[in-house]
Design a protein. Structure first.
Lengths: 124, 398
Protein backbone atom coordinates (compact mmCIF):
# COMPACT_ATOMS: atom_id res chain seq x y z
CA UNK A 1 0.00 0.00 0.00
CA UNK A 2 2.65 2.50 1.08
CA UNK A 3 4.90 1.39 -1.74
CA UNK A 4 2.08 2.11 -4.16
CA UNK A 5 1.67 5.63 -2.78
CA UNK A 6 5.37 6.18 -3.17
CA UNK A 7 5.29 5.04 -6.81
CA UNK A 8 2.38 7.38 -7.45
CA UNK A 9 4.26 10.31 -5.91
CA UNK A 10 7.32 9.41 -7.92
CA UNK A 11 5.44 9.41 -11.22
CA UNK A 12 3.77 12.73 -10.45
CA UNK A 13 7.08 14.28 -9.46
CA UNK A 14 8.73 13.03 -12.64
CA UNK A 15 6.33 14.85 -14.91
CA UNK A 16 5.46 17.93 -12.88
CA UNK A 17 7.12 21.32 -13.18
CA UNK A 18 9.39 22.51 -10.37
CA UNK A 19 7.39 24.06 -7.56
CA UNK A 20 9.87 26.88 -7.19
CA UNK A 21 9.31 30.09 -9.07
CA UNK A 22 11.26 30.46 -12.31
CA UNK A 23 12.38 33.98 -11.48
CA UNK A 24 13.18 36.21 -13.44
CA UNK A 25 11.16 34.56 -16.23
CA UNK A 26 8.09 34.32 -14.06
CA UNK A 27 7.19 36.68 -11.28
CA UNK A 28 4.65 35.92 -8.65
CA UNK A 29 2.17 38.63 -7.84
CA UNK A 30 3.21 40.97 -5.06
CA UNK A 31 0.85 41.69 -2.18
CA UNK A 32 -1.00 44.97 -2.37
CA UNK A 33 0.68 46.34 0.75
CA UNK A 34 4.23 45.36 -0.22
CA UNK A 35 6.62 48.12 0.77
CA UNK A 36 8.81 48.84 -2.24
CA UNK A 37 10.32 52.02 -3.64
CA UNK A 38 9.08 55.27 -2.12
CA UNK A 39 7.05 57.48 -4.47
CA UNK A 40 6.55 61.22 -3.88
CA UNK A 41 3.60 63.23 -5.15
CA UNK A 42 4.73 66.87 -5.06
CA UNK A 43 1.35 68.56 -5.52
CA UNK A 44 0.29 68.38 -1.89
CA UNK A 45 3.71 68.70 -0.22
CA UNK A 46 3.99 71.63 2.18
CA UNK A 47 7.67 71.08 2.91
CA UNK A 48 7.22 70.37 6.62
CA UNK A 49 10.08 67.88 6.56
CA UNK A 50 8.47 65.46 9.00
CA UNK A 51 9.28 62.54 6.69
CA UNK A 52 12.98 63.38 6.79
CA UNK A 53 12.88 64.04 10.53
CA UNK A 54 11.28 60.70 11.36
CA UNK A 55 13.25 58.60 8.88
CA UNK A 56 15.25 56.13 11.00
CA UNK A 57 17.77 55.50 8.23
CA UNK A 58 18.49 59.05 7.06
CA UNK A 59 17.26 58.19 3.59
CA UNK A 60 15.29 61.37 2.97
CA UNK A 61 16.11 65.05 2.54
CA UNK A 62 13.59 67.74 1.79
CA UNK A 63 15.19 70.48 -0.31
CA UNK A 64 13.41 73.82 -0.22
CA UNK A 65 13.81 75.59 -3.56
CA UNK A 66 11.37 78.38 -3.02
CA UNK A 67 9.24 78.51 0.08
CA UNK A 68 6.80 81.12 -1.20
CA UNK A 69 5.83 79.37 -4.38
CA UNK A 70 6.01 76.04 -2.51
CA UNK A 71 8.68 74.45 -4.63
CA UNK A 72 10.32 71.51 -2.96
CA UNK A 73 12.44 68.58 -3.94
CA UNK A 74 12.79 65.27 -2.19
CA UNK A 75 16.15 63.56 -2.21
CA UNK A 76 15.74 59.83 -1.60
CA UNK A 77 18.45 57.21 -1.12
CA UNK A 78 16.91 53.76 -1.77
CA UNK A 79 20.07 52.01 -0.54
CA UNK A 80 19.73 53.57 2.90
CA UNK A 81 15.98 53.06 3.05
CA UNK A 82 14.83 50.25 5.35
CA UNK A 83 11.30 50.29 3.88
CA UNK A 84 9.64 50.71 7.26
CA UNK A 85 6.98 53.08 5.96
CA UNK A 86 7.29 55.59 8.82
CA UNK A 87 7.53 58.50 6.34
CA UNK A 88 4.27 57.44 4.69
CA UNK A 89 2.65 57.32 8.12
CA UNK A 90 4.16 60.64 9.25
CA UNK A 91 3.14 62.58 6.12
CA UNK A 92 -0.09 64.34 7.04
CA UNK A 93 -0.65 65.55 3.46
CA UNK A 94 -0.57 62.05 2.02
CA UNK A 95 2.03 62.80 -0.61
CA UNK A 96 4.15 59.72 0.01
CA UNK A 97 3.39 56.14 -0.90
CA UNK A 98 5.35 52.93 -1.30
CA UNK A 99 5.09 51.15 -4.61
CA UNK A 100 4.24 47.46 -4.59
CA UNK A 101 5.62 46.99 -8.08
CA UNK A 102 9.04 48.63 -7.93
CA UNK A 103 10.95 46.35 -5.61
CA UNK A 104 13.80 45.08 -7.80
CA UNK A 105 16.20 47.79 -6.75
CA UNK A 106 19.62 46.20 -7.22
CA UNK A 107 21.95 48.24 -9.42
CA UNK A 108 25.60 48.18 -10.44
CA UNK A 109 25.94 51.93 -10.42
CA UNK A 110 25.75 54.10 -7.33
CA UNK A 111 23.83 56.78 -9.19
CA UNK A 112 20.73 54.58 -9.06
CA UNK A 113 20.72 55.02 -5.29
CA UNK A 114 20.14 58.75 -5.29
CA UNK A 115 16.79 59.76 -6.60
CA UNK A 116 15.83 63.40 -6.60
CA UNK A 117 12.10 63.73 -6.95
CA UNK A 118 10.88 67.01 -8.40
CA UNK A 119 13.93 67.83 -10.49
CA UNK A 120 11.68 68.80 -13.38
CA UNK A 121 10.09 71.42 -11.14
CA UNK A 122 13.39 73.21 -10.91
CA UNK A 123 13.67 73.57 -14.69
CA UNK A 124 10.28 75.14 -15.07
CA UNK B 1 50.30 9.03 23.90
CA UNK B 2 48.64 8.52 27.18
CA UNK B 3 49.13 5.41 29.19
CA UNK B 4 46.78 2.55 28.57
CA UNK B 5 43.76 2.78 30.84
CA UNK B 6 44.38 6.38 31.81
CA UNK B 7 41.61 8.62 30.62
CA UNK B 8 42.38 11.97 29.16
CA UNK B 9 39.96 14.84 28.95
CA UNK B 10 39.62 16.73 25.69
CA UNK B 11 38.33 20.21 25.17
CA UNK B 12 36.42 20.78 21.97
CA UNK B 13 35.96 24.34 20.78
CA UNK B 14 32.80 24.89 18.78
CA UNK B 15 32.34 28.18 16.99
CA UNK B 16 32.09 31.12 16.55
CA UNK B 17 31.75 29.91 12.96
CA UNK B 18 30.37 26.41 12.92
CA UNK B 19 28.09 24.31 10.77
CA UNK B 20 25.60 23.39 13.48
CA UNK B 21 23.91 26.68 14.17
CA UNK B 22 23.31 29.69 12.02
CA UNK B 23 24.59 32.32 14.39
CA UNK B 24 28.06 33.01 15.81
CA UNK B 25 28.70 31.85 19.35
CA UNK B 26 31.62 30.09 20.95
CA UNK B 27 31.25 26.99 23.09
CA UNK B 28 34.08 25.25 24.87
CA UNK B 29 33.05 21.71 25.63
CA UNK B 30 35.18 19.36 27.72
CA UNK B 31 34.55 15.71 27.04
CA UNK B 32 35.56 12.47 28.62
CA UNK B 33 35.19 10.06 25.72
CA UNK B 34 31.78 10.95 24.36
CA UNK B 35 30.42 12.35 27.60
CA UNK B 36 30.41 16.10 28.24
CA UNK B 37 32.03 16.97 31.55
CA UNK B 38 32.00 20.75 31.35
CA UNK B 39 30.66 23.43 29.06
CA UNK B 40 31.51 27.10 28.79
CA UNK B 41 29.88 29.64 26.51
CA UNK B 42 31.29 32.89 25.27
CA UNK B 43 28.67 35.35 24.14
CA UNK B 44 28.99 38.66 22.38
CA UNK B 45 29.95 37.97 18.77
CA UNK B 46 26.79 39.58 17.47
CA UNK B 47 26.82 42.55 19.81
CA UNK B 48 25.77 45.58 17.79
CA UNK B 49 25.47 48.34 20.36
CA UNK B 50 21.79 48.92 19.69
CA UNK B 51 21.02 50.12 23.20
CA UNK B 52 23.66 52.83 22.90
CA UNK B 53 22.58 53.70 19.36
CA UNK B 54 19.01 54.50 20.35
CA UNK B 55 20.24 57.14 22.76
CA UNK B 56 21.12 59.34 19.79
CA UNK B 57 17.85 58.74 17.95
CA UNK B 58 14.39 60.16 18.43
CA UNK B 59 11.64 58.11 20.06
CA UNK B 60 10.17 57.36 16.63
CA UNK B 61 13.49 56.35 15.06
CA UNK B 62 14.36 54.16 18.05
CA UNK B 63 11.31 52.03 17.38
CA UNK B 64 12.77 50.77 14.11
CA UNK B 65 16.21 50.31 15.61
CA UNK B 66 14.83 48.15 18.43
CA UNK B 67 12.64 46.22 16.01
CA UNK B 68 15.86 45.03 14.42
CA UNK B 69 17.23 43.44 17.60
CA UNK B 70 15.69 40.20 16.39
CA UNK B 71 14.66 39.14 12.92
CA UNK B 72 12.32 36.41 14.09
CA UNK B 73 10.46 38.18 16.87
CA UNK B 74 10.75 41.74 15.60
CA UNK B 75 7.12 42.64 16.30
CA UNK B 76 7.30 41.75 19.98
CA UNK B 77 10.35 44.00 20.50
CA UNK B 78 8.59 46.93 18.88
CA UNK B 79 5.45 46.15 20.84
CA UNK B 80 7.27 46.04 24.18
CA UNK B 81 8.91 49.37 23.40
CA UNK B 82 5.65 50.99 22.24
CA UNK B 83 3.75 49.78 25.31
CA UNK B 84 6.47 51.22 27.55
CA UNK B 85 6.64 54.58 25.80
CA UNK B 86 2.85 54.90 25.70
CA UNK B 87 2.79 54.18 29.42
CA UNK B 88 5.40 56.90 30.01
CA UNK B 89 3.49 59.40 27.89
CA UNK B 90 0.22 58.48 29.59
CA UNK B 91 -1.49 57.74 26.29
CA UNK B 92 -4.39 55.34 25.91
CA UNK B 93 -4.13 53.28 22.74
CA UNK B 94 -7.43 52.44 20.96
CA UNK B 95 -8.68 48.88 21.63
CA UNK B 96 -8.68 47.99 17.92
CA UNK B 97 -4.97 48.80 17.71
CA UNK B 98 -4.24 46.69 20.80
CA UNK B 99 -6.18 43.76 19.34
CA UNK B 100 -4.28 44.00 16.05
CA UNK B 101 -1.00 44.08 17.97
CA UNK B 102 -1.95 40.88 19.74
CA UNK B 103 -3.08 39.30 16.46
CA UNK B 104 0.26 40.01 14.81
CA UNK B 105 2.13 38.88 17.94
CA UNK B 106 0.33 35.52 17.81
CA UNK B 107 0.98 35.14 14.07
CA UNK B 108 4.61 35.86 14.83
CA UNK B 109 4.60 33.27 17.60
CA UNK B 110 3.30 30.66 15.15
CA UNK B 111 6.01 31.54 12.64
CA UNK B 112 8.70 31.52 15.33
CA UNK B 113 7.63 28.18 16.83
CA UNK B 114 7.39 26.53 13.41
CA UNK B 115 10.81 27.89 12.51
CA UNK B 116 12.24 26.54 15.74
CA UNK B 117 10.50 23.22 15.22
CA UNK B 118 12.09 22.87 11.79
CA UNK B 119 15.54 23.83 13.05
CA UNK B 120 15.41 21.35 15.93
CA UNK B 121 14.18 18.61 13.62
CA UNK B 122 17.18 19.43 11.42
CA UNK B 123 19.50 19.20 14.45
CA UNK B 124 18.01 15.81 15.24
CA UNK B 125 18.77 14.67 11.69
CA UNK B 126 15.11 14.58 10.73
CA UNK B 127 15.36 16.79 7.67
CA UNK B 128 12.04 15.68 6.17
CA UNK B 129 10.23 17.19 9.12
CA UNK B 130 12.31 20.33 8.72
CA UNK B 131 11.18 20.67 5.09
CA UNK B 132 7.51 20.13 5.94
CA UNK B 133 7.43 22.57 8.86
CA UNK B 134 9.14 25.27 6.86
CA UNK B 135 6.73 24.73 3.99
CA UNK B 136 3.85 25.25 6.42
CA UNK B 137 5.57 28.23 7.95
CA UNK B 138 5.38 29.94 4.55
CA UNK B 139 1.62 30.18 5.07
CA UNK B 140 2.15 32.41 8.11
CA UNK B 141 4.88 34.36 6.36
CA UNK B 142 2.50 35.04 3.47
CA UNK B 143 -0.17 36.21 5.90
CA UNK B 144 2.26 38.56 7.58
CA UNK B 145 3.50 39.84 4.23
CA UNK B 146 -0.03 40.37 3.00
CA UNK B 147 -0.98 42.18 6.18
CA UNK B 148 2.06 44.38 6.69
CA UNK B 149 3.93 44.35 3.38
CA UNK B 150 7.04 42.66 4.70
CA UNK B 151 8.04 39.11 5.54
CA UNK B 152 10.28 40.13 8.44
CA UNK B 153 10.46 43.38 10.40
CA UNK B 154 6.78 43.98 9.77
CA UNK B 155 6.79 47.54 11.20
CA UNK B 156 3.18 47.17 12.24
CA UNK B 157 3.63 49.28 15.36
CA UNK B 158 3.88 53.01 15.61
CA UNK B 159 3.99 54.97 18.84
CA UNK B 160 0.33 55.26 19.77
CA UNK B 161 -1.12 52.44 17.72
CA UNK B 162 -0.65 50.38 14.59
CA UNK B 163 -0.20 51.30 10.94
CA UNK B 164 -2.32 48.71 9.22
CA UNK B 165 -5.93 47.71 9.47
CA UNK B 166 -7.32 44.28 8.82
CA UNK B 167 -9.87 43.90 6.03
CA UNK B 168 -12.32 41.14 5.16
CA UNK B 169 -10.13 39.50 2.53
CA UNK B 170 -7.26 39.22 5.00
CA UNK B 171 -9.53 37.88 7.72
CA UNK B 172 -10.65 35.13 5.34
CA UNK B 173 -7.05 34.34 4.38
CA UNK B 174 -6.03 34.15 8.05
CA UNK B 175 -8.95 31.84 8.91
CA UNK B 176 -8.08 29.51 6.03
CA UNK B 177 -4.39 29.38 6.91
CA UNK B 178 -5.11 28.84 10.60
CA UNK B 179 -7.43 25.90 9.96
CA UNK B 180 -4.81 24.34 7.67
CA UNK B 181 -2.07 24.87 10.27
CA UNK B 182 -4.21 23.51 13.08
CA UNK B 183 -4.56 20.24 11.21
CA UNK B 184 -0.83 20.14 10.50
CA UNK B 185 0.04 20.88 14.14
CA UNK B 186 -2.05 17.88 15.25
CA UNK B 187 0.05 15.78 12.89
CA UNK B 188 3.33 17.25 14.17
CA UNK B 189 2.31 16.64 17.76
CA UNK B 190 1.70 13.06 16.75
CA UNK B 191 5.17 12.80 15.17
CA UNK B 192 6.89 14.35 18.18
CA UNK B 193 5.23 12.02 20.69
CA UNK B 194 5.14 8.79 18.67
CA UNK B 195 8.03 8.62 16.22
CA UNK B 196 10.49 6.18 17.82
CA UNK B 197 13.59 7.55 16.09
CA UNK B 198 12.76 11.10 17.06
CA UNK B 199 11.94 10.11 20.63
CA UNK B 200 15.39 8.61 20.98
CA UNK B 201 16.79 12.10 20.48
CA UNK B 202 14.34 13.81 22.83
CA UNK B 203 12.90 11.56 25.54
CA UNK B 204 14.84 11.82 28.77
CA UNK B 205 17.46 14.11 27.20
CA UNK B 206 18.37 17.36 28.92
CA UNK B 207 16.05 16.81 31.86
CA UNK B 208 15.61 19.92 33.96
CA UNK B 209 13.67 19.61 37.18
CA UNK B 210 11.35 22.31 38.38
CA UNK B 211 13.69 23.52 41.11
CA UNK B 212 16.61 23.59 38.66
CA UNK B 213 14.55 25.62 36.20
CA UNK B 214 13.68 28.09 38.92
CA UNK B 215 17.22 28.43 40.22
CA UNK B 216 18.67 28.85 36.72
CA UNK B 217 16.12 31.57 35.99
CA UNK B 218 14.70 30.07 32.83
CA UNK B 219 11.80 31.74 31.10
CA UNK B 220 9.21 30.96 28.47
CA UNK B 221 8.43 27.51 27.05
CA UNK B 222 11.74 26.18 28.42
CA UNK B 223 10.56 26.94 31.95
CA UNK B 224 7.00 25.82 31.30
CA UNK B 225 8.24 22.44 30.08
CA UNK B 226 9.69 22.02 33.59
CA UNK B 227 6.34 22.90 35.17
CA UNK B 228 7.31 26.43 36.18
CA UNK B 229 4.30 28.73 36.17
CA UNK B 230 5.84 31.58 34.19
CA UNK B 231 3.91 33.26 31.40
CA UNK B 232 3.59 37.05 31.14
CA UNK B 233 0.43 36.84 29.03
CA UNK B 234 -1.25 35.13 31.99
CA UNK B 235 0.51 36.71 34.96
CA UNK B 236 0.51 40.34 33.81
CA UNK B 237 -1.71 40.66 30.72
CA UNK B 238 -0.63 43.50 28.45
CA UNK B 239 -2.15 45.04 25.31
CA UNK B 240 -5.40 43.14 24.65
CA UNK B 241 -4.56 39.92 26.49
CA UNK B 242 -6.92 40.84 29.34
CA UNK B 243 -9.77 40.55 26.81
CA UNK B 244 -8.39 37.43 25.18
CA UNK B 245 -7.13 35.33 28.09
CA UNK B 246 -4.49 32.72 27.40
CA UNK B 247 -4.38 29.27 28.93
CA UNK B 248 -0.94 28.43 30.29
CA UNK B 249 0.59 25.23 28.88
CA UNK B 250 2.66 23.27 31.39
CA UNK B 251 4.46 19.96 31.32
CA UNK B 252 6.12 18.28 34.27
CA UNK B 253 8.65 16.09 32.47
CA UNK B 254 11.28 18.77 31.82
CA UNK B 255 13.06 16.92 29.02
CA UNK B 256 13.43 17.84 25.37
CA UNK B 257 10.23 16.03 24.47
CA UNK B 258 8.32 18.19 26.94
CA UNK B 259 9.77 21.31 25.32
CA UNK B 260 8.52 20.12 21.93
CA UNK B 261 5.09 19.29 23.30
CA UNK B 262 4.75 22.60 25.18
CA UNK B 263 5.67 24.69 22.15
CA UNK B 264 3.42 22.77 19.79
CA UNK B 265 0.50 22.85 22.22
CA UNK B 266 1.02 26.58 22.60
CA UNK B 267 0.35 26.89 18.89
CA UNK B 268 -3.24 25.74 19.45
CA UNK B 269 -3.68 28.56 21.96
CA UNK B 270 -2.35 31.00 19.37
CA UNK B 271 -4.78 29.68 16.74
CA UNK B 272 -7.66 30.03 19.17
CA UNK B 273 -6.73 33.61 20.10
CA UNK B 274 -6.33 34.63 16.45
CA UNK B 275 -9.78 33.28 15.55
CA UNK B 276 -11.28 34.91 18.64
CA UNK B 277 -9.77 38.28 17.74
CA UNK B 278 -11.09 38.02 14.18
CA UNK B 279 -14.56 37.32 15.57
CA UNK B 280 -14.63 40.13 18.08
CA UNK B 281 -12.34 42.81 16.66
CA UNK B 282 -13.41 46.08 18.28
CA UNK B 283 -14.22 49.04 16.02
CA UNK B 284 -12.48 52.34 16.28
CA UNK B 285 -9.33 54.22 15.42
CA UNK B 286 -5.97 52.64 14.77
CA UNK B 287 -3.81 55.30 16.35
CA UNK B 288 -3.90 58.04 18.88
CA UNK B 289 -1.71 61.12 18.99
CA UNK B 290 1.44 60.91 21.04
CA UNK B 291 3.70 63.85 21.89
CA UNK B 292 7.16 64.03 20.31
CA UNK B 293 8.70 64.75 23.68
CA UNK B 294 7.96 62.08 26.23
CA UNK B 295 7.46 63.10 29.86
CA UNK B 296 10.43 62.53 32.13
CA UNK B 297 10.31 59.29 34.04
CA UNK B 298 11.12 55.64 33.82
CA UNK B 299 9.12 52.52 33.24
CA UNK B 300 9.40 48.81 32.61
CA UNK B 301 7.54 46.88 30.01
CA UNK B 302 7.23 43.09 30.04
CA UNK B 303 5.87 40.97 27.23
CA UNK B 304 5.89 37.28 26.38
CA UNK B 305 8.05 36.80 23.31
CA UNK B 306 7.94 33.40 21.56
CA UNK B 307 11.05 32.41 23.54
CA UNK B 308 9.98 33.77 26.91
CA UNK B 309 9.82 36.95 28.87
CA UNK B 310 11.10 40.05 27.10
CA UNK B 311 11.87 42.91 29.42
CA UNK B 312 12.33 46.57 28.53
CA UNK B 313 13.50 49.35 30.81
CA UNK B 314 12.85 52.79 29.35
CA UNK B 315 14.00 56.07 30.86
CA UNK B 316 13.12 59.49 29.56
CA UNK B 317 14.50 62.88 30.56
CA UNK B 318 11.71 64.80 28.92
CA UNK B 319 13.45 65.33 25.58
CA UNK B 320 12.68 63.83 22.19
CA UNK B 321 15.33 61.12 22.59
CA UNK B 322 15.36 58.29 25.11
CA UNK B 323 17.92 58.62 27.88
CA UNK B 324 18.39 54.90 28.43
CA UNK B 325 16.79 51.80 27.04
CA UNK B 326 17.65 48.37 28.30
CA UNK B 327 16.36 45.18 26.76
CA UNK B 328 16.65 41.80 28.39
CA UNK B 329 15.90 39.05 25.97
CA UNK B 330 14.78 35.51 26.87
CA UNK B 331 17.78 33.66 25.39
CA UNK B 332 20.21 35.18 27.87
CA UNK B 333 18.03 33.94 30.73
CA UNK B 334 17.88 30.45 29.27
CA UNK B 335 21.51 30.16 28.16
CA UNK B 336 22.86 29.23 31.59
CA UNK B 337 20.48 26.28 31.80
CA UNK B 338 22.04 24.82 28.65
CA UNK B 339 25.52 24.92 30.15
CA UNK B 340 24.25 22.96 33.18
CA UNK B 341 22.15 20.52 31.18
CA UNK B 342 24.93 19.55 28.79
CA UNK B 343 27.00 17.96 31.53
CA UNK B 344 26.59 14.19 31.53
CA UNK B 345 25.16 13.98 28.03
CA UNK B 346 26.71 12.68 24.84
CA UNK B 347 28.50 15.15 22.59
CA UNK B 348 25.95 14.38 19.86
CA UNK B 349 23.17 15.70 22.10
CA UNK B 350 24.78 19.13 22.42
CA UNK B 351 23.10 20.72 19.38
CA UNK B 352 19.73 19.26 20.36
CA UNK B 353 19.88 20.54 23.94
CA UNK B 354 21.01 23.93 22.70
CA UNK B 355 18.22 24.03 20.14
CA UNK B 356 15.80 23.01 22.91
CA UNK B 357 15.82 26.51 24.41
CA UNK B 358 15.20 28.06 20.98
CA UNK B 359 18.33 30.22 21.14
CA UNK B 360 18.52 33.54 19.35
CA UNK B 361 22.05 34.84 19.62
CA UNK B 362 21.60 38.21 18.02
CA UNK B 363 18.88 38.92 20.60
CA UNK B 364 21.13 37.59 23.26
CA UNK B 365 24.25 39.63 22.68
CA UNK B 366 24.06 42.76 24.74
CA UNK B 367 26.21 44.37 27.38
CA UNK B 368 26.34 42.29 30.51
CA UNK B 369 28.27 43.29 33.61
CA UNK B 370 29.59 40.24 35.39
CA UNK B 371 30.28 40.30 39.06
CA UNK B 372 33.41 38.23 39.22
CA UNK B 373 33.20 37.90 42.97
CA UNK B 374 35.81 40.54 43.70
CA UNK B 375 33.08 43.01 44.52
CA UNK B 376 35.12 45.71 42.87
CA UNK B 377 33.46 48.41 40.87
CA UNK B 378 34.97 49.24 37.55
CA UNK B 379 34.09 52.48 35.89
CA UNK B 380 35.70 53.53 32.62
CA UNK B 381 35.54 57.03 31.27
CA UNK B 382 34.93 57.50 27.56
CA UNK B 383 38.60 58.41 27.05
CA UNK B 384 39.86 55.40 29.02
CA UNK B 385 37.56 53.08 27.07
CA UNK B 386 38.81 54.50 23.79
CA UNK B 387 42.41 54.04 24.88
CA UNK B 388 41.63 50.49 25.98
CA UNK B 389 40.25 49.76 22.52
CA UNK B 390 43.30 51.18 20.78
CA UNK B 391 45.67 49.20 23.03
CA UNK B 392 43.64 46.02 22.59
CA UNK B 393 43.88 46.09 18.80
CA UNK B 394 47.56 47.07 18.95
CA UNK B 395 48.25 44.03 21.12
CA UNK B 396 46.36 41.82 18.70
CA UNK B 397 48.22 43.07 15.64
CA UNK B 398 51.64 42.59 17.25
Amino acid sequence: MKFGTMLGDLTISLFSKPSTERYPFERSETPERLRGLLIWHPEKCIGCGLCAKDCPAGALDVIVLDKESKKYQLRYYPDRCIFCGQCVYSCRQGCLEMSNEKWELAALDRSAFEIIYGECLENE
Amino acid sequence: MSEVGKRESFTIPIGPQHPALKEPEHFLISVDGEIVTDAVVRLGYAHRGIEKAVESRTWVQSLYMLERICGICSHIHAMAYCLGVEQLAGVEVPPRAQAIRVLVAELERIHSHLLWFGVSAHEAGFDTLFMYTWRDREKVMDLLEGFSGNRVNYSVNVLGGVKFDIDDAQAIAIREAVSFLEERTHHYLDVVTKDTMFLQRTRGIGVMTRSQAEVLGTVGPTARASNVYREIRVEAPYAAYDKYPVKIILDNRGDLEARFVVRLTELFESYRIILEILETLPDGDLTTRIPRRIKAGETVSRVEAPRGELFYFIKSNGSDTPERIRARTPTICNMMSVMKLLVGHQLADVPMILAGIDPCFSCNDRMVALNRGRNKEQLLTWEALRQYGIDYYKRRSD
